[in-house]
Design a protein around this ligand. Sequence first.
Ligand code: PGA
Length: 264
Amino acid sequence: MLVVIKRDYEEVSREGARILAGAIRANPKIVLGLATGSTPLGLYRALIAFHDDGDLDFSGIKSFNLDEYLGLPPSHPQSFHHFMAQNFFSHVNVPRDHIHIPDGTITGDYDEYCARYERSIKAAGGIDLQILGIGRNGHIGFNEPTSSLASRTRLKALSRETIEDNRHFFASTGQMPKCAITMGIGTILESRRVLLLASGRSKAAAVAKAIEGPITSSVSASALQMHPDVTFIIDEEAAYSLTQRDYYRHVLEMTQIFTPERLS
Ligand code: PGA
């Protein structure tokens, strides 16, 4: 696990974009796992800037988003379909049929729909690089505390904390969805490489538990300790509660000298 501590949100976004752009240039047919939320916005802005400069071509990539609110159609301003279109896809050249986001409007056989989402990830060759944020409660995707560490894409009831964190985006609490479709922790762990971005003091406790705490379903992100290629890119505020910051800096210096490809 690499822990990269940057000064602030801007630096986190720039570093995430540098790694992601490098991965796309190295493999123009890369399969990306993408996230929504306020955290990756700066990353998307930086990628769009590379694209605008003619430096980054998305025409060969495929993408799979982590999650979507149940009940929201793509046109809903708070749907993750809408978020991705507004903040990323409408600005870059990912072909429409290469974009996959769980459908929040499905009804009926949720398990069959979610199994199909999993199959489409496999058919694409699996996710090469997964971008993650982290919730205050340690969730990744919408894998709320006590999610099985082996979970797959499924319908998931949102936790009180997640509803509290997101209800201000909706006109009233009643309109905030109570469930989502989310990739599972098992799905995320199968991606070849994971980049988790976090910024701000409100994330410090979750980040510390994820990196230094025990592996537990109470903190979904702690499952990443079992993944062989995870990089946390976090700012000073989000790193606040880590006890081994000096060691992470040392690891980074040694990585830059001996295995710099892990940072490219
Ligand atoms: P945020 O959400 O990026 O809006 O903080 C992260 C998450 O809940 O996973």
